[in-house]
Design a protein around this ligand. Structure first.
Ligand SMILES: Nc1ncnc2c1ncn2[C@@H]1O[C@H](COP(=O)(O)OP(=O)(O)OP(=O)(O)O)[C@@H](O)[C@H]1O
Length: 366
C-alpha cells in the first residue's frame, strides 16, 4: 500500500488531541489580541484593514502556485465587493476570481460546507482558464491524479490521489466529517487540529483538476473562523510561502500513513506564526493611518510619493533605509530639491535620520 487513502482504515487519521493543547491555547490567545487591536479602530479603517489582509492572503495563496498576481487589481476587485470606490481599472480574470473566492470565504465562514461552495470556489479561481476540462466540478479524467515535480521524463511522484471515479464518495465523506466536527472540535478544544486534518484530508483526495491547494487552504481558514465565530484573517499563505518547501515536505511525510501528528504539529506552528504576522501587519496599518493623519497637508507631492512607496514595502520596510539616491529616483527630484525635501521631512518629524554623508539613511518616524 503506497498512499493513505489505500488503507483499510482510511480516513481514520491517528493523532492525540492532547498533544496540541498548548498550541490551541496560544491560538485563542493570539486571536483575542488580534481582535482587540482591530476593535480599537474606527469602522471605516476596519474595512480598509480587512481589505488589505484579504488581498495579501489572495496574493500569497496564488504565489504558492507560482502565480504572481497584480496587487492593485486584487485590491481594486476586493474594494468593489465591499462596496467601496475603486479606480475602475480593468481586472484580469485570475485576480477577479481569487478575490471573489476570498471574499466569499470571509462572508460565509459560518455556513456548513457543501459541494456547491467548493465547486463555486473552484469556478472562481479557474476563471478564464481554457486548459481545464472540469471547471466548477470534481475531476472526471481517467489519468492518475498526481503531484509531480521535475523535468518531463524524469518526474518525481510526490503523491497520487484516488481515481476520479472515487471522488464523489470521498468528497461526501469529507464534507460530512467537516460539518460533523464543527461542534465536536470546539467542545474538545481541537480547533487547530480540525483545521490541520481538514487540509491534509482534502489535499489527499485532491478532487479538482487544479486549484486543490488554494481551495484546501480556504477550507482550513473556514475551519479556524468557525472555531472563533468570526473570520480569522490570518496570513496563513504568507507563512507557507516563506517556506514552501517545508509545506510540501510536511504533506509528503504524511500522505502515506494514517498517523499524522507530524503534519498537525507543522500546521499548528504555521498558524501561530501566521497570527503573529497578521498582528504585525495590523500594527503597521494602524501606524500608517496615524502617520498620514499627522502629516496631512504638511508634505508636498514628491514627499508623499516617496512615503507611499516606503509604506508599500510593508512591515519589513525599505531594506536598509531610504538613501538620498532612492529619494531622487522615486520622486524624480534633482539633487538640491531632494536634499531640501529630506531635511524638511526630518525637521517636521516625518523621517528619522541615521548615519552621515554617503551612508545617511532615512526611516519613517513610526
Ligand atoms: N506530497 C503531497 N501530498 C499531498 N498533497 C500535496 C503534496 N504536495 C503538494 N500537495 C498539495 O497539492 C497542492 C497543489 O495542487 P493543485 O496544483 O491542484 O493546487 P493549486 O491551488 O493549483 O496549486 P497551489 O497550491 O500550488 O497554489 C499544494 O498546494 C498542496 O496543498
Amino acid at each position: 500500500m503506497t498512499w493513505n487513502w489505500q488503507h483499510t482504515n482510511w480516513p481514520q487519521f491517528i493523532y492525540n488531541t492532547e498533544d496540541f493543547k498548548e498550541h490551541e491555547l496560544q491560538f485563542f490567545e493570539k486571536a483575542g489580541m488580534l481582535n482587540g487591536s482591530i476593535q480599537h479602530i474606527d469602522q471605516a479603517d476596519q474595512t480598509l484593514i480587512t481589505i488589505d489582509l484579504i488581498s495579501n492572503e489572495a496574493f500569497k495563496t496564488s504565489e504558492i502556485e507560482g502565480e504572481l498576481l497584480n496587487r492593485d487589481s486584487l485590491q481594486s476587485s476586493i474594494r468593489r465587493q465591499f462596496g467601496l470606490q475603486t479606480d475602475y481599472r480593468r481586472v484580469e480574470p485570475a485576480e477577479q476570481g481569487i478575490a471573489e473566492m476570498m471574499v466569499h470565504l470571509y462572508r460565509n465562514y459560518h455556513t456548513p460546507l457543501d459541494k456547491e461552495t467548493l465547486c463555486l470556489w473552484h469556478k472562481m479561481i479557474t476563471n478564464g482558464r481554457m486548459d481545464l476540462k472540469n471547471i466548477g466540478t470534481y475531476r472526471t479524467h481517467e489519468d492518475p491524479m498526481q503531484v509531480v515535480s521535475g523535468p518531463m521524463g524524469r518526474e518525481i511522484i510526490h503523491f497520487e490521489a484516488p481515481p476520479s471515479s472515487r471522488i464523489p464518495e470521498e468528497m461526501s465523506g469529507f464534507i460530512r466529517w467537516f460539518n460533523d466536527t464543527e461542534r465536536s472540535g470546539r467542545k474538545e478544544g481541537a480547533s487547530l487540529v480540525r483545521a490541520a486534518v481538514a487540509h491534509l484530508y482534502f489535499e489527499c483526495i485532491h478532487p479538482f483538476e487544479d486549484g486543490n491547494g488554494r481551495v484546501g487552504r480556504g477550507i482550513s481558514e473556514k475551519s479556524l473562523s468557525q472555531s472563533l465565530g468570526r473570520p480569522t484573517l490570518i496570513a496563513l499563505s504568507h507563512i507557507i510561502v516563506e517556506n514552501k518547501k517545508g509545506y510540501y515536505q510536511a504533506l509528503e511525510r504524511n500522505n502515506r500513513g494514517l498517523e499524522i501528528s507530524d503534519w498537525i504539529s507543522y500546521f499548528c506552528d504555521t498558524v501561530l506564526k501566521a497570527q503573529d504576522h497578521t498582528q504585525q501587519t495590523i500594527n503597521f496599518i494602524i501606524q500608517k493611518g496615524k502617520f498620514y493623519k499627522q502629516f496631512e497637508g504638511k508634505l508636498n507631492e514628491r514627499q508623499l510619493k516617496v512615503v507611499d512607496q516606503i509604506f508599500r514595502e510593508g512591515v519589513k520596510g525599505f531594506k536598509g533605509g531610504l538613501s538620498a539616491k532612492n529619494y531622487r529616483s522615486i520622486s524624480g527630484a534633482p539633487s538640491a530639491t531632494a536634499t531640501r525635501d529630506l531635511t524638511k521631512m526630518v525637521k517636521v518629524g516625518a523621517l528619522k535620520k541615521t548615519g552621515e554623508l554617503k551612508s545617511t539613511r532615512y526611516f519613517l518616524n513610526i
